[in-house]
Ligand binder design. Structure first.
Ligand SMILES: C[S@@+](CC[C@H](N)C(=O)[O-])C[C@H]1O[C@@H](n2cnc3c(N)ncnc32)[C@H](O)[C@@H]1O
Length: 267
């Protein structure tokens, strides 16, 4: 199906419009959420409708709704509306933390910023539901962390200060950090931002099992929105090969890792 670079050949019924592979991939992603994860359904429908992703495979939103969701445009709009009324608040019951005591925790929370943030931070909510610092802080991470455990926590500069409250509430102590140099920058209010922090925190005694020292600054070009480079997980797996591990706010399943996240889709 692939035509010119980044384009796919026209699927039936699209009136000669060539859609990019990215658009098609985005549509498939939202369709998977709608099919497998009812909690995110309204949000996914809204993205498909507002970003007109349905055009990748169908003539109009109504047709796409009927064929892909099994209901009409009106019902879809109703679901979207109820999501909008809820705002970015996600009910606690959306997904449950698994039972278990984990030695290695890797977390990339959907931090909610205040609205004075530059666009590239405030647009996070267009992609997934956000959680306030309070909501994140109140998660029962103590309940799933082993007595001796390590936490790797993704944080951007604007939320750095609040992140330390979360670390404390989750029962960990800050030890050190990695810096992800994203190579390409985004405009900020105070500087041109091209990094994020991966904070390393421990609870009890949890120094690495392996004495291999990775460079604390990793320069890796960023990929899809919010996606963190797999190189960081590889670093974690290399220095902490022992013990049960969980990714918090994961978006996909990874061998050897348990997960928690409301966008997980099983394919
Ligand atoms: C920053 S993204 C994680 C990105 C991921 N680390 C990656 O590399 O693709 C945060 C994720 O948390 C999810 N999320 C938001 N609210 C949630 C909730 N209440 N419970 C579980 N997951 C939630 C979002 O849908 C999103 O998938």
């Amino acid at each position: 199906m692939t035509g010119a670079a980044g384009q796919v050949a026209q699927p039936a019924g699209m009136d000669g419009v060539l859609m990019s592979e990215t658009t098609l991939a985005q549509l498939k992603h939202q369709e998977a959420i709608i099919k497998h994860h009812k909690q995110g359904e309204g949000k996914a429908l809204k993205i498909v409708r507002d970003e007109r992703l349905y055009l990748a495979t169908h003539r109009n939103f109504e047709q796409w709704c009927q064929e892909q969701c099994g209901y009409g445009r009106r019902y879809a709009n109703k679901l979207i509306k109820s999501t909008e009324t809820l705002g970015t608040k996600v009910p606690k019951t959306s997904v449950e933390l698994p039972d278990g005591k984990y030695r290695v925790l890797y977390a990339d929370p959907p931090w909610k910023y205040n609205n004075t943030m530059p666009d590239y931070f405030s647009e996070q909510g267009d992609h997934y539901p956000l959680m306030s610092v309070k909501q994140i802080r109140e998660m029962d991470i103590k309940g799933v962390a082993a007595d001796n455990a390590v936490l790797f926590l993704w944080v951007t500069s604007p939320i750095l200060e609040e992140a330390f409250d979360v670390i404390k509430a989750w029962g960990f102590k800050y030890k050190t950090s990695f810096v992800w140099d994203k190579v390409k920058h985004n405009m900020g209010h105070y500087n041109s931002v091209r990094h994020e922090f991966l904070l390393v925190c421990t609870r009890g005694s949890c120094q690495p099992d392996v004495k291999k020292l990775f460079d604390s600054v990793q320069s890796i070009e960023r990929g899809k929105h919010s996606e963190k480079p797999e190189e960081f997980r590889e670093i974690i797996d290399t220095i902490y090969p022992e013990g049960k591990r969980i990714e918090l706010f994961a978006r996909r399943e990874v061998d050897g890792w348990d997960y928690f996240g409301n966008e997980i889709t099983t394919t």
